[in-house]
Design a protein around this ligand. Structure first.
Ligand SMILES: [Zn+2]
Length: 247
């Protein structure tokens, strides 16, 4: 009776470890698919580009602002010059000024103001052209941004699809793992989990043709002997890589 139980524990315990290892490897591979998803790098690249474009936009706005201020200033000066011209013009033709010297001075002032106004308008035009260049640059950046934002959204959707697929796969694997793990004695399971953590995800290795399936090194005669006479509750660890050997 005791012999049968021992055999069962051996088969269920250590034997189950290999199945458990296969499931754990699949979980690692599934998670690796998310970790190394090509979308991730593309998303981060796009995000960086969008930040750079944001910077370009505010830089542009910073350079455009003084142009805008100057334009407003010029508009005010043009308006006040126009006002002054029409005031003098009105007075000139009102009939209240009769001395020809005064009329001449007023007419001369109007000419001067008109030429000033024309200069101001030329400057304003130049500034408007400069502002236009800034605006064109800004709308090109805007366009690029919305293009990249769209690209980013579809990459995020693609990544979310992969993530959902992997999550479902991992959930299924976790269920299978729990089932399989219940066949392994708690102490062996704890040893297996701790080795797996330190040995790149592989905690148990099958002995294949007298070699450890984990590090592929030939087992010594002593190790083989220990395996043949092992107590199933106390697994034999590979002397080379430290993994649990499953005969
Ligand atoms: Zn080994």
């Amino acid at each position: 009776m005791l012999g049968i139980v021992t055999e069962e524990t051996k088969a269920g315990g250590l034997g189950a470890l290999i199945g458990l290892q296969e499931i754990d490897t699949k979980i690692v591979q599934a998670l690796y698919r998310i970790e190394k998803a090509p979308e991730k790098e593309a998303i981060s690249l796009l995000q960086t580009r969008l930040v750079v474009l944001d910077g370009d936009l505010s830089d542009l706005a910073g350079r455009r602002a003084p142009v805008e201020t100057k334009m407003k200033e010029l508009e005010e000066r043009i308006a006040s010059t126009s006002k002054r011209i029409s005031e003098i013009d009105k007075a000139l033709y009102s009939g209240t000024v009769s001395a020809s010297k005064d009329l001449q001075a007023m007419s001369h002032e109007i000419d001067q103001l008109k030429s000033q106004k024309s200069e101001l308008e030329d400057s304003e035009l130049e500034l408007m052209e400069a502002a236009e260049v800034f605006d064109q640059e800004a709308s090109a950046i805007d366009e690029k941004q919305s293009e990249l934002t769209q690209e980013l959204a579809s990459l995020k959707t693609a990544l979310a699809v992969t993530e959902a697929e992997v999550a479902a796969q991992v959930a299924e694997l976790q269920l299978a793992r729990a089932e399989r793990a219940s066949l392994v004695p708690a102490a062996i399971l704890a040893t297996y989990d701790s080795i797996r953590e330190h040995e790149g995800g592989v905690g148990a290795a099958e002995v294949v043709h007298g070699a450890c399936g984990g590090c592929h090194l030939k087992l010594s005669a002593t190790e083989m002997d220990r395996l043949h006479h092992m107590d199933p509750e106390k697994p034999v660890l590979c002397e080379q890589c430290g993994r649990i050997l499953v005969p």
